[in-house]
Design a binder for this molecule. Structure first.
Ligand SMILES: [Zn+2]
Ligand SMILES: [Zn+2]
Length: 256
């Protein structure tokens, strides 16, 4: 059994068939999913989904793209959601200097607020970091205690040096179906380097469908393709990848 530790089932992409998507996931062997919020509205929707479906857990946070839309009122509302029973993490939050849809200064300010929140409520932090390795490291290093509640760098796409530093700090890394892409040698190298007991698997659905399905909507059932690719890279059984990554996710997010 697998756990999709990062997907966006609250997005409207799934409005017409969310139940079926969850059913397909179950049939494929994906026992639970974490619906990771990327905005205030998304946080409200993620919590609602977690209330409705036993296999769905939620995180609350504001994506760096949306950092500009996080006024004080929104912040207060997110704070009120964080104590919900099935909220297992704060995120996704972080820095995205690739698209810069919010000004870098605002991204940093909101990132810091969420780091402080995660520490206060002792929930793990799901970090989005794109073209921002150095800044992500230097900001998080200012909060040495953050490691004790847990940090995961999601959709890992950094270099080996960044990976080493993340692992040295006791953090986890999470890989997506982009591992299967023809040109993704650098990501496969990172999968090869990262120990199995420090990684999670995620789809980031609806984004990043695996090779062969690119251009279509991704969904949690496709996590099996990622698990297969990881097994091949690590030269271990498919079952070992499932058992290890599921164990990691259950401990880290305190699921089940
Ligand atoms: Zn992300
Ligand atoms: Zn995401």
């Amino acid at each position: 059994m697998l756990i999709d530790t990062h997907c966006h089932l609250d997005f409207s992409d799934f409005d017409s068939d969310r139940e079926l998507v969850l059913k397909n996931a179950h049939v494929a062997g994906v026992e639970s999913v974490i619906d990771v919020a990327s905005s205030l509205e998304g946080s409200v929707r993620a919590v609602a989904l977690a209330r409705s479906y036993p296999q769905v857990y939620a995180s609350v946070g504001v994506h760096p793209h949306d950092a500009k839309d996080c006024p004080d009122a929104a912040w207060q509302q997110i704070r009120s959601l964080v104590g919900e029973k099935k909220v297992v993490a704060v995120g996704e939050v972080g820095l995205d200097f690739y698209r810069n849809l919010s000004e870098p200064g605002i991204q940093i300010e909101i990132f810091r607020k969420f780091i402080a929140l995660a520490m206060e409520v002792r929930l793990p932090l799901i970090v989005h970091s794109r073209l921002a390795q150095d800044q992500t490291l230097s900001i998080l290093k200012e909060y040495p205690d953050i490691g004790s509640s847990g940090v995961v760098i999601h959709c890992f796409s950094g270099d080996i040096d960044f990976l080493k530093q993340c692992l040295d700090l006791g953090w986890f890394v999470s890989f997506t179906c982009n591992v299967t892409y023809k040109k993704a040698d650098a990501i496969r190298q990172a999968v090869g380097f990262a120990p199995l007991d420090r990684m999670f698997l995620e789809t980031d659905a609806p984004y990043l469908s695996p090779e062969g399905k690119r251009g279509t909507r991704n969904e949690p059932a496709n996590l099996v393709e990622l698990a297969g690719a990881v097994a091949k890279i690590k030269q271990v059984d498919y079952e070992t990848v499932c058992a290890e990554t599921t164990k990691n996710a259950k401990q880290f997010f305190k699921i089940g």
